[in-house]
Design a binder for this molecule. Structure first.
Ligand SMILES: [Cu+2]
Length: 506
C-alpha cells in the first residue's frame, strides 16, 4: 500500500541538498543527508553505437539489466539500467532514416521500451502491448519522420512503469534534421550540447531504493543529474545548450539559474520553438523536455537550481512537493571560453496546426484515478481516430492535486488554456503537458498516418504512479470508415517477437 510517509515514525526528515532544503515525504535519508559538493564531473551518456545494414536501416542495441549504483559514496544501491548499471546510452538518428532497436530484456521480469515523443506505428511504440519477457528480444523498426528533437526512451510495462523508471531505466533519443538551417545552436555532443536528465529518489537506510511514496508517487530527497548527485559541468564555450529532461516519476521542477539570469529556451518536447524565449524559469513535469542555451563568462560558476514550481490550485496537503528549492547541477566556466555563435532570432517554422481545422473534439477528464470515469483496460479501446484527422482534445484535471497528460504517436500544439493563448514556452510541439487543477487545456493534434486497427496507442498521466494505477486510456488510428478490431487490443500480453520482418510503414 502506498501512503503518505510524513507521519511514519513520527518524524519528518529534511535532507540538505546543495544548499537548499528538499522537504519531504519523511524517509530514511541517513545515507543522503551528507553535504553535496558538486565535485563530481557530470557524466554524459555515451552515444549508442549503431550499424547501418545494406537496406539502410540504422540498428541500435539496448539491453535492460540489473546493476549497482553508488548515489552516495560507499553505499551500494541496486539499480537497473540499459547497457549498464543506471540510465542508458543516447540514441541518435536523422530525420528520414529507417531505424531499428534490438531490445534485450535481462531483467527478472517483463519490461518494455517506449520511444517517448516519437511518431511511429503503434506496434513499434513499446507500450504495454509490446512487453518483452525475461530473456527475450524485441526489434521494433520505423522511419524517423519528424523534426529534430530531444526525445527519450523508458519502460512502459502494464502497471509497472513507475518502478522500472525509478530503478533507473531511461535514456535520451536525439533526432537531427540534416536539412534544417543552422540557427546558431551549440551542437557538439557532450561539450556544448549536453543532455541532462534530472531525477529524484529516496534511499532506505540500507542503501536500497525506497519505492514507497505518497499520493503522487515518490518525491525524493536524492536529486541527481545524469544519475549523479551534486555534479558539475565543465563549460569551455561561451554558450552551452542543456537538453533538460524531467525523468522523475512524480516531481515537477522549475529550473532556473541560481543568480536568476535569463537563459534562452530554444526547444520544447517536440523540437525547436519558433523563436528563442528569454526566461528565468523552465518548468517541467515528469516526461517533459526543454532545451536552453546558457551564456557564461570566463571563470564563473553558477548553479542550475530547481525553484518552487507553479502547480496551480492544488490542495494544501499536496503543496509539499511545491516548496522545494534545491541545486541540481553546477556550471563551471573555464578561465577562457571558446567563442560560440549567436542564437538566431528565428529558429523554425512550425507546421500549420490549428484548432480551426479540427473535425473532432474529444474531452478527457482526469479524476479519482480515472479518465472519463474509466480506469485503464488493455482490452478496451477508448477512442477511435481516423487517419488524416485533425482533432482537439480538451483535457481537464478535476482533482486537487497534480496530473499531467501525455499522448503517444503525435506532437500536439496547445491551442489555448481556459480560452487564452498558451505562454511562449508552451507554443511549440508538445507531447506532455502539466495540468493545473480545474483548467481546460485544448490540445490540437493531427494523426497523419500509421493506421492500424489492431494495436492501440496510449494516452495517460505521466506521474507514473497514476499511470500504473489506471489513469490511462487507449486509442487506435484507423482508415476512414474503419473500426478498432475488438480483439485487436484484447490485452493478451503479446509474446515477444521480432518485428524486424514486418512491413515498414511510411
Ligand atoms: Cu496524475
Amino acid at each position: 500500500m502506498r501512503r503518505w510517509r510524513v507521519a511514519v515514525a513520527g518524524a519528518v526528515v529534511a535532507a540538505v541538498v546543495g544548499g537548499g532544503v528538499v522537504a519531504c515525504n519523511g524517509v530514511s535519508v541517513s545515507a543522503v543527508d551528507v553535504p553535496v559538493t558538486f565535485d563530481a564531473a557530470l557524466p554524459v551518456p555515451p552515444l549508442a553505437p549503431s550499424q547501418v545494414d545494406a537496406d539502410g536501416t540504422r540498428t541500435f542495441e539496448l539491453t535492460a539489466q540489473e546493476g549497482t549504483t553508488q548515489f552516495v559514496e560507499g553505499v551500494d544501491t541496486p539499480t537497473w539500467g540499459f547497457d549498464g548499471d543506471l540510465l542508458g546510452p543516447t540514441l541518435r538518428a536523422n530525420r528520414g532514416e529507417q531505424v531499428a532497436v534490438t531490445v534485450r530484456n535481462e531483467l527478472p521480469e517483463p519490461t518494455s521500451v517506449h520511444w517517448h515523443g516519437m511518431h511511429l506505428p503503434a506496434a513499434m511504440d513499446g507500450g504495454p502491448h509490446q512487453e518483452v519477457a525475461p530473456g527475450a528480444t524485441w526489434r521494433p523498426t520505423w522511419q524517423v519522420d519528424q523534426p529534430a528533437a530531444t526525445l527519450w526512451y523508458h519502460p512502459h510495462p502494464h502497471g509497472r512503469t513507475e518502478e522500472h523508471v525509478y530503478r533507473g531505466l531511461a535514456g535520451f533519443f536525439l533526432l537531427d534534421d540534416p536539412q534544417a538551417r543552422d540557427v546558431g545552436l551549440p551542437h557538439t555532443y557532450g561539450v556544448d550540447d549536453v543532455p541532462v536528465v534530472v531525477q529524484d529518489r529516496n534511499l532506505e537506510r540500507d542503501g536500497t531504493l525506497d519505492l514507497e511514496g505518497g499520493e503522487l508517487g515518490v518525491l525524493g530527497s536524492l536529486v541527481t543529474a545524469n544519475g549523479v548527485r551534486g555534479a558539475h559541468l565543465p563549460v569551455t564555450t561561451q554558450r552551452v545548450r542543456l537538453r533538460l529532461l524531467n525523468g522523475s516519476t512524480a516531481r515537477t521542477y522549475a529550473f532556473g539559474l541560481a543568480d536568476d539570469r535569463e537563459v534562452l529556451q530554444v526547444a520544447t518536447d517536440g523540437g525547436l520553438l519558433p523563436a528563442p524565449v528569454p526566461t528565468t524559469r523552465v518548468q517541467l513535469s515528469p516526461g517533459e523536455r526543454a532545451e536552453v542555451v546558457v551564456t557564461m563568462t570566463p571563470g564563473e560558476t553558477v548553479r542550475l537550481r530547481s525553484f518552487r514550481p507553479e502547480l496551480g490550485r492544488i490542495a494544501a496537503g499536496f503543496a509539499m512537493g511545491a516548496q522545494d528549492e534545491f541545486d541540481v547541477l553546477e556550471l563551471r566556466a573555464a578561465a577562457e571560453l571558446a567563442p560560440s555563435p549567436q542564437v538566431a532570432p528565428a529558429l523554425t517554422t512550425l507546421a500549420p496546426l490549428s484548432a480551426d481545422d479540427a473535425t473532432v473534439t474529444r474531452s478527457f477528464d482526469l479524476q479519482n484515478r480515472e479518465i472519463n470515469g474509466l480506469r485503464m483496460d488493455m482490452g478496451r479501446v477508448d477512442e477511435t481516430v481516423q487517419v488524416g484527422a485533425t482533432e482537439v482534445w480538451e483535457v481537464r484535471n478535476l482533482d486537487a492535486f497534480p496530473h499531467n497528460f501525455h499522448v503517444h504517436d503525435v506532437q500536439f500544439r496547445v491551442a489555448d488554456i481556459d480560452g487564452a493563448p498558451p505562454p511562449p514556452a508552451l507554443a511549440g510541439a508538445k507531447d506532455t503537458i502539466y495540468l493545473e487543477p480545474r483548467r481546460t487545456y485544448r490540445l490540437v493534434m493531427r494523426f497523419e498516418d500509421h493506421a492500424d486497427p489492431d494495436v492501440p496507442y496510449m494516452f495517460h498521466c505521466h506521474l507514473l504512479l497514476h499511470e500504473d494505477e489506471g489513469l490511462m486510456g487507449q486509442f487506435v488510428v484507423v482508415e476512414p470508415g474503419g473500426a478498432a478490431k475488438p480483439d485487436g487490443a484484447a490485452g493478451t500480453p503479446p509474446a515477444p517477437r521480432d518485428e524486424g520482418t514486418t512491413h515498414h510503414h511510411g
